[in-house]
Design a protein around this ligand. Sequence first.
Ligand SMILES: *Cc1c(COP(=O)(O)O)cnc(C)c1O
Length: 322
Amino acid sequence: MLRQVFMTKNEMTFPVSGTGSAGMEFCLANLIEPGDEVVVGMNGVFGSRLKDVAERCGARVVAVEAPWGRIIEADQIAKALRGRRAKLVAVVHAETSTGVLTPVDEISRLAHENGALFVLDAVTSLGGCPVKVDEWEVDAVYSGTQKCLNCPPGLAPVSLSPRALEAAGKRKTKVQSWYLDVNLLASYWGQERVYHHTAPITMNYALHEGLRLILEEGLEVRWRRHEQNHLALKAGLAELGLEITSQAGHQLWPLNAVGVPDSVDEAFVRKRLLRDFGMEIGAGLGPLKGKIWRIGLMGENCTEENVDAILKGLKLAIKNGH
Ligand SMILES: *Cc1c(COP(=O)(O)O)cnc(C)c1O
């Protein structure tokens, strides 16, 4: 079922024990050897985390930065790759801290053209908008169970292409993480069932059910539901004089970054929503702290009723928060 949701035939597709960040660490730790040059897109919290993890794996990171709320442009990646022998290019598909969705098929093509692997963070995009691992030729992709897959937190679904698996297999150095070494995990998840670590079995049951529900609904139907509710929220926000601040044309459906008007106390509004309506929305992070609210419409939470409820709640809370 994970293969179906990732839209891949990759044999090495399974849930890593740990949250989404463990999936990030799994992909980078297996592919990076000390001294490797890697190109990392940075346009929010999770791009910065990618850089940090890559550096801890011993990589020499070439950071490709875009302002928070904007996409990483393919041209920027092309420039960064020029004259280098990068081992991989890693970008965040859906930046949850800013609500922007970076188009990645061209970035993937550029990576391969330059002999690099392509690594994708699909933690917030998987199950909420199209993630086409084989069509986009993604070599290593990771996600998390508690975003649009709608499960408890605790597993990181991952998928490695044969090309990535080959790179991990012919390393000169051991993978620095014993726990996340795909070469060891392969015989655990494979036919031999060689004991490696104790899998969090209850989480695997939860993921099994979460995936079953996704496939029952249908991927395309699910994507459309996220798109429609995003558009409904956007229209309702406009009526309140509010707007989504992430780059036009690349606004993410499952996570909506809403500009806070200057005259409004943003923390007061969030507290009121929680206290009076039992609804929790996110605050801005990093340079967007105090400037945006982040409204999640993910998985089962992404409904017309919830869009109506948050719009009503925001209207009242803002009236009181001036
Ligand atoms: C949530 C998130 C992560 C990290 O996942 P955890 O489950 O919190 O470890 C990584 N990348 C993105 C884009 C995320 O939204």
